[in-house]
Design a protein around this ligand. Structure first.
Ligand SMILES: Cc1cc2nc3c(=O)[nH]c(=O)nc-3n(C[C@H](O)[C@H](O)[C@H](O)COP(=O)(O)OP(=O)(O)OC[C@H]3O[C@@H](n4cnc5c(N)ncnc54)[C@H](O)[C@@H]3O)c2cc1C
Length: 396
């Protein structure tokens, strides 16, 4: 009997761990090289839409995710300091019955912990932490990986494929595929977690809240498993200011907006800035080396789809790596199946960034569209995102 194929993955983030689980289920051997000493606690809230949740459920994670996530009943949209929402988009049960899985919010660390916990139960997944560096030698007919392990030893292997799931600053992309550096998008996310008591009576904590303003937009939702409310405030910042962001709070004035004033008060100075960079590259693979997740296509989070795309990528690539005659064949097919969809999602995300920050009179036209579209219009407009079946796409 042939030995199972071995796949090396750089990065134990959402993309890398989801792919490891998918490959292990097909009986492949997986080695994940992670730079950090453990699965990292960084990040904050994530919205996990139905298209991604279906993949996670298929990996047997439905109950674990349900226990640590929350399904908001809707999204309240407040343009320009309105006292009442202009529109409340329906989520909750309606999403589940329409797309076959819930739309939930959770802390990134909880999702990564669930993925890591599941991966540890597979004997055919080996996760190596504190990997200082790795090199890929593609000069011969086979791919050779060398990785520096924490004890100083060098691990050498000739895997079937190497997948860079090493995030927006991927060295797999920049060093091993001659791909471009990530580029600053002009926007910064300011993140904060505040106790629900600080916002009771200010926001409806059964829902997600979206504040729209020419100078910023703000997304808020509860994370009851962590007894906290996740806030993400998005501002325009000049590139020259980026190195000093952590020495100041966002420059947002609440003026006559009591809701915003209460939110800003609840955080005080405790904002954590996160510079938003994007990746645009047509090259996702060469030979037996390929990319998934942010490493291939990081995008602004204004449609909340970066992690969802990473999860979909994993579901599409796993069966291809399991069944294709060569890694190159698997990666080519993967790029053909995924690139147009990813580009479309990147474009919608970028265009939301403009729409959310529109100034008068364009903001009036935007508000009319939001009102006329109704509470369920987004289901129809975005059915191509939420209704996508990544599992079937990879296996067909
Ligand atoms: C403010 C904000 C809000 C967001 N909200 C949402 C949302 O609501 N919904 C959604 O779907 N997405 C959201 N996203 C996007 C989402 O966070 C990312 O798209 C997602 O985390 C990408 O996952 P990844 O596994 O590709 O990369 P990462 O999560 O960055 O993981 C990369 C992993 O690789 C490791 N690594 C890096 N370099 C190396 C190396 N050289 N060797 C070994 N390991 C390495 C890292 O330590 C890390 O563990 C948001 C992003 C931001 C910034």
């Amino acid at each position: 009997m042939n030995a199972p194929r071995t796949i090396y993955i750089a990065g134990a983030g959402i993309a890398g761990l989801t792919l490891a689980l998918g490959l292990a289920k097909f009986g492949l051997r997986v080695v994940v090289l992670e730079r950090n000493a453990s699965v990292s606690e960084y990040g904050a809230g994530l919205q996990i839409s139905a298209n991604a949740r279906k993949v996670l459920d298929n990996l047997g994670l439905s109950q674990a995710i349900a226990a640590r996530s929350f399904a908001p009943e809707g999204i309240d949209i407040f343009p320009d300091a309105r006292p009442a929402p202009l529109q409340t988009l329906t989520l909750g049960r309606a999403i589940k019955s329409r797309f076959g899985a819930p739309y939930a919010v959770m802390h990134r660390a909880d999702l990564v912990e669930i993925l890591h916990g599941a991966a540890r139960r597979f004997a055919n997944i080996d996760i190596v932490f504190s990997v200082a560096d790795f090199t890929l030698d593609r000069s011969g007919s086979t791919l050779e990986v060398s990785a520096k392990e924490p004890d100083g030893k060098t691990r050498k292997a000739r895997p079937f494929a190497f997948v860079g799931a090493d995030g927006v600053r991927s060295v797999t992309r920049t060093h091993h595929l001659d791909g471009p550096d990530a580029r600053y998008t002009g926007k910064v996310a300011w993140r904060a977690l505040v106790p629900p008591e600080a916002l009771s009576g200010v926001l409806n904590l059964n829902r997600t809240t979206l504040l729209l303003n020419p100078n910023f937009h703000l997304v808020a939702y509860p994370l009851p498993y962590r007894n906290t409310v996740n806030l993400a405030l998005f501002t325009h910042e000049s590139e020259s200011d980026l190195s000093v962001l952590d020495q100041r709070a966002p420059r947002i004035k609440s003026r006559n907006d009591k809701r915003l004033a209460s939110i800003l008060d609840s955080v005080g100075e405790a904002w954590t800035p996160w510079v938003l960079s994007g990746v645009q590259t047509p090259v996702w693979h060469q030979g037996a080396v390929g990319l998934i997740g942010d490493a291939a296509h990081a995008m602004v989070p204004f449609q909340a789809q970066g992690a969802a795309m990473a999860i979909e990528d994993a579901a599409v690539l796993a069966p291809l790596l399991a069944a294709s005659p060569s890694a190159e064949h698997a990666f080519s097919r993967f790029a053909a199946l995924r690139q147009a969809r990813i580009k479309r999602v990147q474009d919608v995300s970028a265009s939301n960034g403009k729409i959310f920050h529109m100034r008068w009179p364009f903001s009036m036209a935007r508000n009319t569209v939001i009102r006329v579209e109704g509470p369920e219009g987004h289901f129809k407009r975005l059915a191509w995102i939420y209704g996508y079946d990544a599992i079937q796409t990879g296996e067909s």
